[in-house]
Write a protein that binds this ligand. Structure first.
Ligand code: SF4
Ligand code: SF4
Length: 538
């Protein structure tokens, strides 16, 4: 973890209004609050423009001479292309309903982290360049010149928004600041001004199919490692298939599940579940990434990285796609994939081969979320579950912003959890489901160098966890997002020590009684199961 002030210091947050107007307050780019600059080779790999060396804390960002024209032209093209963007630039009435809904404002007290003001940074340029009032009256009409300092301020705050959309839930006009951020980031990408934590995974994904740049044989080796672990745990040897033509189902999950703890236990959970069902499925070592950091770069990059899902499904001749636990992967799949890279007419409307359930909600995308699939199995009595194996856990559930607000997936994960765990408690109502608080590290902010920002942004989520930790002894925060699984352990270690993080299918696999398994003494993490502690000691 990068140097970050102690929790007591960060907890002292000043939310009082500033004395000066926001336009008169120059930007101050602070270490710990921003990510490192995109490296030119990563920008070049994907053919994005203006790849160059630069540093956010340098005076000179080495911009091309015509940078203003590039931004103005890019702005105009996006106003013409995205009707929502034009409306969002015009209709805000500054009612302030969104102001205190952003986790970054709550955790930092920085007024420019209020959603209304974050959008205003871009809107002020819009007024000056594209409205008569702004052109004539300038600052009096809320317009301002596009200077290098304005560009730096824009960059700094666009990469302090996790595109979580919580603010949009409270806006009477439905203004989606996340969408403003997405387009604002596209503009910065026209000048090569991405962050390296986004541009490197994008380039990796483009070259090898996953964010980590893992080659196919290494991807397979990792799954084989899980197979060995599962055999040690259960005595059962699983034989997953890779790139198998003619399989019924293609399974795609974020690479975080394959390579980063505690997501790896969730990956073992998928393998165990599919084996127990005798599912006719295959992994792909080409579509080896469900996540899509292209989404944090531009619409075009999102489309390019997403295209491998349908391409691979077509090449392998599967009937439909099953998707693992991820957040932004599902926002891209649910909101964009069908119109962006579809229609996938070569696939069939997904039907569970185990229960016969037709997933009507996946009629267009032909892709089913793993918690929908598993909830259906449980509802139809197809799984032999022993929830007492999770009796050492007191569990709560964190809704990923993308699966909850982005696709309305609210009940299925809870239904699954309540069937595999005996002790489950919800966090306060205004912090879950559609109103969930972000982990503070989504949309490509999960780097090590901006840890202070992440701890500040994650404070409201951590506070809600703290509440159930103190009230109900909750010791496990379960979630269905790979970024959440990667970032929440650090957040909880910082704000709420004593609470761990798991995927839902890790807990499913703990409870799953597999046919012919040896008596289990430990959970997937190798910790003794409740009642088996003595066996572990001998
Ligand atoms: S709630 Fe909507 S209209 Fe009100 S200030 Fe925020 S963005 Fe503007
Ligand atoms: S989308 Fe989320 S992070 Fe961005 S301004 Fe709104 S609440 Fe804040």
């Amino acid at each position: 973890m990068a140097d970050v002030p102690k929790p007591q210091e960060l907890g002292n947050i000043d939310h009082s209004p500033p004395l000066k107007g926001w336009m008169d307050e120059p930007v101050r780019i602070r270490p710990g609050i921003h990510c490192y600059a995109a490296k030119p080779q990563n920008v070049k790999t994907v053919g994005m423009p203006n790849a160059h060396e630069w540093n956010p804390t340098d005076e000179d960002w080495k911009l091309p001479d015509n940078w203003r024209d590039i931004i103005k032209q890019g702005f105009k093209e996006r106003l013409d292309r995205f009707r929502t963007f034009r409306i969002f630039m015009d209709v805000c009435v500054r009612c302030g309903a969104c102001a205190d809904k952003c986790h970054f404002f709550i955790g930092s007290g920085d007024p420019k982290n209020m959603p209304v003001l974050r959008a205003e940074l871009l809107r002020s340029i819009y007024r000056k360049e594209f409205t008569l009032g702004g052109k004539v009256l300038g600052k009096l009409a809320g317009g301002r010149e596009l200077t290098e300092d304005v560009l730096k301020e824009l960059w700094y705050y666009l990469y302090q928004c996790t595109e979580c959309r919580r603010c949009s839930l409270f806006c009477p006009y439905g203004i989606d600041t996340a969408e403003i951020t997405i387009i604002g980031r596209e503009l910065t990408n026209l000048l090569g001004l991405n962050t390296d934590w986004i541009s490197a995974p994008v380039a990796n994904c483009y070259r090898t199919g996953n964010h980590l740049g893992i080659q196919p044989h290494a991807f397979r080796d990792m799954i084989d490692f899980f197979v060995d672990e599962i055999e040690e745990l259960t005595g059962i040897r699983i034989e997953p298939s890779f790139n198998r033509k003619g399989a019924e189902i293609l399974f795609i999950t974020p690479s975080g599940d394959v390579f980063a703890d505690p997501g790896t236990y969730t990956c073992m959970g998928y393998l165990m579940l599919f084996h127990e069902l005798g599912l006719d499925y295959t992994w792909s070592t080409y579509a080896s990434e469900g996540g899509n950091f292209g989404f944090f770069t531009s619409h075009e990059m999102m489309k390019r990285l997403n295209s491998k899902m349908y391409s691979e499904a077509k090449r392998l001749g599967v009937k439909w796609i099953l998707g693992g636990e991820c957040g932004h992967m599902w926002r891209v799949v649910n909101q964009y994939m069908d119109t962006m890279n579809g229609p996938a007419d070569f696939l069939e409307e997904p039907v569970s081969p185990i229960t016969g359930t037709r997933f009507d909600n996946a009629k267009l995308t032909k892709m089913v979320h793993i918690t929908e699939f598993t909830a259906d199995l449980i509802r139809n009595g197809k799984l032999n579950l022993d929830p007492t194996r999770n009796d050492d856990l007191v569990v709560t559930f964190h809704d990923s912003c993308n699966t909850s607000r982005g696709m309305g997936l609210l009940e299925e994960p809870r239904y699954v959890l309540k069937n595999v765990c005996n002790h489950f408690y919800e966090m306060p109502e205004n912090t879950i489901r559609e109103q969930t608080f972000c982990c503070g590290s989504g949309s490509g902010l999960n780097a090590g160098e901006n840890m202070e920002l992440r701890m500040r942004g994650g404070l409201p989520r951590a506070n809600a966890v703290k509440y159930v930790h103190e009230k109900h002894d909750v010791n496990m925060l379960s979630c269905i997002c790979a970024i959440d699984r990667a970032v929440l352990p650090a957040l909880l270690e910082y704000w709420v020590p004593g609470v761990e993080v798991s995927g839902v299918h890790e807990l499913v696999a703990n409870a799953l009684v597999m046919s012919g398994e040896n008596e289990r003494t430990t959970n997937l993490r190798g910790e003794p199961l409740p009642g088996m502690e003595d066996d572990e000691d001998v």
